[in-house]
Design a protein around this ligand. Structure first.
Ligand SMILES: [Cu+2]
Length: 589
């Protein structure tokens, strides 16, 4: 057997003699003893060297890709109003890239190979240079292949030009992620072979018959569809280690506080595929920022952070004791865990994983349909259309169900491709509901509708046009797309005219959540808050649900628009958005 440590060292040397081969070189901001993440990359000139290395998780080494010898990558701390020049040196033997997630910048600096720039070849380098025009919590990651899954991500904090309206005595970056001993291409191959490969939580027939946690009727409906209500996530704790600042649950990353302090937690979900439910038993969580944008403080007991989102929280621990930061995965297949404590070496009880959530009929896009109608296989709407008779055909088979689910009446213009396995017959706006699996949490849970911008939106015009985009997929073949057309089959980008304001509705025709991210822009979620709509760069669209936002296309160029579930993006759920002075002139503008 080759000692993997030696192998890695040799590879690093071959890759260009990068001397940082120490095992588990953790970034200073993520270290156990870090009182605050002050050791960071800062200033107008920053160099990032990307190379293969190891990552130590709960005492075991894992292959990883890091920056300047650390995985996760170092904290980059900037100030609003400065200019920054960041040189990225590629010491890998493959192409790479860095994308600055949530930052507003010229599109040539956005870092998406094939869209914004050609990528950084093996052994090459690229200098990004842009003005820093915003403040808040963001992050950066590779946009090449599946490198992000291997640890190529890190946090960005931008301090406001003036006084920070969010007062705190101390702050900690809490960067969440998922890491696997499997190579990401091996994970993807398994998903392609069988969409539910990592879902070991499937119900057994005995469980089906004996279960009391869901009405039998719903179970029968699922059975007819040959789907499984426990398919909440595609990649699970069966392969993932869930991390807080690169540390496993046993490592117990600890952030210090003095009792009575206002502690700001800058939460970043840098996972490839995992949404997390966050709670700190014994502490209320006051949400003060979402995706880097200040919001009116709202206090909850738990919130879900979807892949690629950030949330800033204020907590005020008053007791001289430890508190557990619980980051339970939304499918309840695992947990990332950390501790807030007055001194190092302390721990508080770690709650057990709660029962796994099951997808519901609402997750199938039947939010507007009652279960009785569903069980009979004939909704009132379909009866009205002459498709069936109410109360008839109670034992409809999979083929008929499939046909019903693929009824395109509610999705005019959607092509009939293999990437459209299902169409949500009656999708509903679910932004006012607790996120998936948290309906019965038994305490205050953040919903998107709770978010209200702290300031008046910069553009409060009524949108001049509306656009609907369907999120489509085929779980069995592991194909994902917008409007049924995978990126590699797309013939034209989604065009916007520079300066126009458009109302975009995302309709999730699949039974999985999709955190959708638009590069280079913020959009305003349409959740009833008028000119104080929350501004986001990523919105998680619930299964069978819709989400609507208003977008001012104010940044000229070509921008990536994609699902931030890494393997969904890789499987085709990505398109290019163009913003042009005159849409008709296309690239010539
Ligand atoms: Cu997705």
């Amino acid at each position: 057997m080759i000692d993997p440590t030696t192998a890695i060292r040799r590879r690093d040397l071959l890759a260009g003699g990068v001397g940082l081969t120490t095992l588990a070189a953790m970034p200073a901001w993520a270290q156990q003893h870090g009182v605050s993440p002050r050791a960071e990359l800062t200033g107008p000139d920053i160099t990032l060297t990307i190379a293969r290395q190891h990552m130590m998780i709960d005492g075991k080494p894992y292959h990883a890709i890091g920056i300047n010898g650390s995985a996760p990558a170092p904290l980059i701390r900037l100030r609003e109003g400065q200019r920054v020049r960041i040189t990225v040196v590629n010491a890998l033997d493959e192409e790479t890239s860095i994308h600055w997630h949530g930052l507003l910048l010229p599109f040539q600096m956005d870092g998406v190979p094939g869209i914004s720039f050609p990528g950084i070849p093996a052994g090459g380098r690229f200098t990004y240079e842009f003005p820093v025009v915003q403040a808040g919590t963001y992050w950066y990651h590779s946009h090449s292949g599946l490198q992000e899954q291997e640890g190529l991500y890190g946090p960005i904090v931008i301090d406001p030009a003036g006084t920070d309206p969010i007062a705190s005595d101390r702050e900690h970056v809490v960067l969440l992620s998922d890491h696997s001993p499997l190579h990401p291409h091996a994970i993807f191959r398994r998903l392609k072979m069988q969409g539910g490969y990592f879902n070991y939580q499937k119900q057994t027939l005995a469980g089906l018959l004996a279960g009391k946690d869901q009405p039998l009727r719903e179970r029968l409906d699922w059975g007819r569809m040959r789907m499984d209500p426990s398919d909440v996530s595609d990649v699970t704790g069966s392969t993932y280690r869930y991390l807080v600042n690169g540390h496993g649950p046993a490592d117990n990353w600890t952030g210090l506080f003095a009792p009575g302090e206002r502690v700001r937690l800058r939460l970043v979900n840098a996972s490839a595929m995992t949404n997390f439910n966050i709670r700190i038993p014994g502490l209320a969580l006051t949400v003060v920022q979402a995706d880097g944008q200040d919001v009116r403080p709202v206090t909850v007991d738990e919130l879900q952070i979807a892949v690629a989102e950030t949330y800033d929280l204020i907590v005020t621990p008053t007791e001289d004791r430890a508190y557990t930061l619980v980051a339970e995965t939304w499918d309840r297949s695992g947990m990332a865990r950390g501790t807030l404590a007055p001194r190092m070496g302390m721990a508080a009880p770690v709650p057990a994983l709660r029962p796994r959530p099951l997808a519901t009929m609402k997750d199938m896009g039947m939010g507007g349909m009652d279960h009785g109608a569903m069980a009979s296989g004939c909704s009132p709407e379909h009866a009205a259309m002459g498709h069936c008779q109410p109360g008839a055909a109670p034992e409809m088979d999979h083929g008929q169900m499939s046909h019903k689910m693929r009824d395109f009446a509610n999705a005019p213009g959607l092509p009939r491709t293999p990437v459209v396995q299902t169409v949500a017959p009656m999708p509903v706006d679910r932004t006012g509901e607790p996120p998936q699996g948290l309906a019965d949490a038994g305490h205050r849970v953040l919903t998107y509708r709770d978010l209200v911008s702290a300031r008046v939106n910069p553009d409060t015009r009524t949108p001049s046009r509306a656009l609907t985009i369907h999120l489509t997929g085929n779980m069995e073949r592991y194909m994902w797309a917008f409007d049924g057309v995978k990126l590699n089959a797309v013939t034209a980008p989604i065009p916007f005219r520079l300066g126009e304001r458009v109302r975009v509705t995302l309709v999730n025709d699949t039974m999985m959540a999709h955190p959708i991210h638009l590069h280079g822009h913020f959009f305003e979620l349409v959740t009833g808050h008028g000119n104080h709509a929350p501004r986001k760069h990523t919105v998680n669209v619930a299964p069978g649900g819709t989400a609507t936002f208003d977008l001012t296309a104010d940044s000229e160029g070509d921008w990536a628009f994609h699902c931030h579930m890494l393997y969904h993006m890789h499987a085709g759920m990505m398109q290019v958005v163009t913003v042009r002075r005159d849409a008709d002139k296309g690239a010539a503008a």
